[in-house]
Design a protein around this ligand. Structure first.
Ligand code: HEC
Ligand code: HEC
Ligand code: HEC
Ligand code: HEC
Ligand code: HEC
Length: 225
């Protein structure tokens, strides 16, 4: 199916956030198909079973391990629970990103996050790109780069505790996780609780119920066309 046809699926329909994400996820998920005939507006789980996080396909903190595609990762992201959709970042007609560089994220996020105090790297450098830290890349079969759509917080503590990779040392391969912990601590203050993700990342026990329309983003006004 062409992308025009996929986008046409939305025309004249008021799809909720969950329905929109499901309509992309039906192809962009590691899943088992139960029934054919999915149409935009249908619910993913009526037709498919997504790969769940309690399998070896994911690291224990939910980061992608095997090639898991985007859907299940995004469903565990805090952004999903706050109403963000695939189409907030990707043009559904072209699949191209909607804005270049960090502007994509700064459409909703505060400008301070683009400053050295947050990014720890010179502005506009590779290390200062939001997605390099929050969507670490794994390349599958040597040619298939995939960004983790769980939008996690770099947590080198989990590398020390459990051997889970962290975003920093994917680039800083000549340093160890302890170095990254010290550097993050220096820039951002001490970690919030052991392992951080539950408190800092809001990954567990922090999920709001998924309403028919999903809650709209709060604290981050949507200024999208
Ligand atoms: C009918 C299946 C199908 C649907 C529905 C679908 N896609 Fe895709 N999409 C694909 C395939 C196949 C590819 C190419 C393989 C890949 O990169 O995973 C792709 C590629 C992409 C890419 C990467 C393009 C690139 O240049 O690397 C993005 C981004 C994307 N799709 C976003 C979306 C979004 C957003 C939606 C919902 C509005 C969506 N897709 C719905 C099948 C689909
Ligand atoms: C070099 C890595 C790195 C880069 C680049 C980076 N971040 Fe972060 N980000 C972090 C770390 C580390 C934390 C956790 C900070 C803490 O615990 O105080 C974080 C936390 C966050 C949070 C949640 C907590 C908060 O402070 O609001 C958001 C949202 C966020 N980053 C967005 C962004 C955006 C948007 C960009 C690009 C403009 C970006 N980040 C660039 C490392 C990075
Ligand atoms: C907050 C922004 C954001 C959201 C939301 C988002 N993506 Fe992405 N996605 C990106 C970025 C950034 C890339 C890197 C490629 C690029 O720059 O176009 C990417 C890459 C991709 C790719 C290329 C292969 C890969 O995994 O790297 C696909 C396919 C994709 N996204 C599909 C989706 C689908 C499906 C959804 C919803 C379930 C989604 N995205 C939600 C930002 C986002
Ligand atoms: C996309 C790759 C990339 C990621 C991810 C990344 N860095 Fe960097 N980092 C670089 C590059 C390249 C430089 C050297 C150029 C510069 O200063 O921007 C650098 C420089 C640094 C420096 C200053 C120079 C030094 O070696 O002492 C520190 C400190 C640093 N990074 C810490 C971190 C931490 C901590 C994280 C994770 C929160 C991180 N980086 C994530 C690529 C990256
Ligand atoms: C359409 C608006 C929108 C866009 C675009 C967007 N975000 Fe977000 N993001 C949000 C909202 C809303 C939250 C939840 C804020 C809250 O309630 O704490 C969030 C939260 C986050 C968090 C915190 C996750 C956590 O577990 O604490 C990170 C990291 C993040 N976003 C990264 C990004 C990155 C990287 C991009 C660009 C690739 C991006 N965002 C683009 C709206 C957006």
């Amino acid at each position: 199916m062409g992308f025009e046809a996929i986008a046409d699926g939305y025309k004249g329909k008021e799809l909720s956030q969950a329905q929109q994400v499901d309509s992309c996820g039906r192809c962009h998920a590691r899943r088992r198909i139960l029934a054919d005939g999915f149409k935009p507006g249908d619910s993913f789980c009526d037709y498919m079973v997504p790969e769940l996080l309690d399998t070896n396909s994911y690291y224990p903190d939910g980061q992608v391990h095997e090639e898991d595609f985007e859907y299940s990762s995004f469903l565990q992201a805090k952004m999903y629970t706050k109403g963000v959709r695939c189409a907030d970042c990707h043009d559904p007609h072209t699949t191209l990103r909607k804005r270049e560089g960090n502007k994509l994220c700064l459409e909703c996020h505060e400008p301070r996050l683009n400053e050295f105090a947050h990014t720890m790297h010179q502005p506009d450098s590779e290390g200062a790109r939001c997605e390099r830290c929050h969507m670490p890349i794994t390349t599958y079969m040597g040619r298939d780069p995939r960004l983790d759509h769980g939008f996690t917080i770099p947590t080198p503590e989990l590398t020390v505790e459990m051997g889970i990779p962290n975003a920093c040392n994917r680039c800083h391969a000549d340093k160890d996780a302890q170095w990254s912990i010290v550097e993050i601590h220096g820039a951002h203050g001490p970690p919030r609780g052991v392992g951080r993700p539950a408190s800092a990342g809001g990954r567990h026990g922090d999920q709001e119920p998924r309403g028919p329309d999903g809650p709209r983003p709060v604290g981050a006004p949507r200024r999208l066309p």
